[in-house]
Design a protein around this ligand. Structure first.
Ligand code: AMP
Length: 305
């Protein structure tokens, strides 16, 4: 099945307790499409970069099978730039700078050949732009998933609720779930959020794993305890890419299959944090992914009499 991801392709500058980077490649759609490339061959990208974006990275996406026909290059613009600093726990961070640049007035265009994509991933962007993007489909894709962040809850809550009402699956982190719902209990928050529209909800808890909710059913996947975590940037997007890539590969929306998707997403995210930026998820083998998934299986399986 074909997947289309719409989202940011960016330059990031990151500081963690273990080091800092100069401008490196980032962006939600970059992480999502790279992660999904290990699962689906029909992997399309819609986004925008400026003339300063390196052709080698576009070539690397293509080498991963990502169709970049929908990636616009604005010859007069600069690529979106984001800079962040992680706290000592690596679970929380401050945004130091955001330069929208080419994203400022960007209106995604859906190339005709992507109109029939079955899976749509709306990466973190202005909610009104996410909504406008969805409205550009002649026929709604059969599975629409959305990622967002606290910033939009602070400044565009109504727009955000508008698009959330239209989607099948939402991924957010635990503090965002509490902010969106007004509930402290994540179980209550999940029920409140699912009543807003999405039948499926994923609440990410960083190094404490992820929860999957669908109706009355709940599943929990731990995060792998890693010896070294260098950079959590993009872990949420990589998780989303692994999850929706796996669903696109299997075309199975059962709760049991979504549970497997959560494990694959978590496995991909566990690779992402091992190096700065996209480096680790650019160079994975199927064998490494399979071995990592088995570590997840072993981590939480037990027998009981
Ligand atoms: P994550 O760590 O999964 O939340 O995603 C981090 C990525 O999101 C970085 O590579 C940034 O370039 C990108 N990003 C940060 N803020 C925004 C924003 N306001 N709009 C779009 N993308 C963003």
């Amino acid at each position: 099945m074909s997947l289309l991801t719409v989202g940011s392709v960016a330059f990031d500058k990151i500081e963690t307790p273990f080091g800092k980077t100069d401008k490196i490649i980032g962006g939600a759609a970059t992480y999502i499409t790279l992660a999904a490339s290990y699962f689906t061959k029909k992997n399309n990208l819609v986004g925008i970069v400026g003339a300063d974006f390196p052709q080698e990275m576009i070539d690397s996406l293509k080498a991963h099978g990502v169709d970049t026909a929908g990636l616009e290059v604005d010859p007069n613009g600069k690529t979106f730039f984001w800079s962040g600093r992680y706290h000592n726990d690596m679970n929380s961070r401050d945004t130091l700078e955001t330069q929208l640049n080419v994203l400022e007035n960007y209106e995604p265009t859906i190339p005709e050949q992507y109109q029939d994509c079955e899976f749509l991933m709306l990466g973190n962007m202005v909610p009104a732009v996410q909504h406008m993007t969805l409205n550009k489909f002649h026929k709604k894709p059969k599975f629409v998933m959305l990622d967002t962040m606290n910033l939009w809850m602070d400044i565009a809550m109504d727009d955000l609720k508008g698009i959330i009402a239209e989607i099948d699956c939402l991924t957010i982190n635990d503090s965002e779930a509490r902010q969106l719902s007004g509930d402290y209990s994540l179980k209550k928050a999940a029920n409140t959020i699912m009543a807003m529209g999405p039948k499926t909800l994923i609440i990410k808890k960083g190094e404490h794993g992820a929860l999957l909710f669908q109706g009355e059913r709940t599943f929990f996947c731990p995060a792998l305890p890693l010896e070294e975590v260098f950079d959590p940037t993009g872990a949420g997007d990589t998780f989303a890419g692994g999850f929706i890539g796996y669903l696109a590969q299997t075309d199975d929306f059962s709760f049991e299959n979504m549970k497997r998707g959560i494990i694959y997403g978590s496995a991909m995210a566990s690779f992402c944090v091992e190096k700065f930026g996209v480096e680790r998820i650019q160079n994975l083998t199927e064998r490494e992914i399979d071995d990592r998934v088995m570590e997840f299986v072993q981590l939480s399986s037990f027998e009981i009499n």
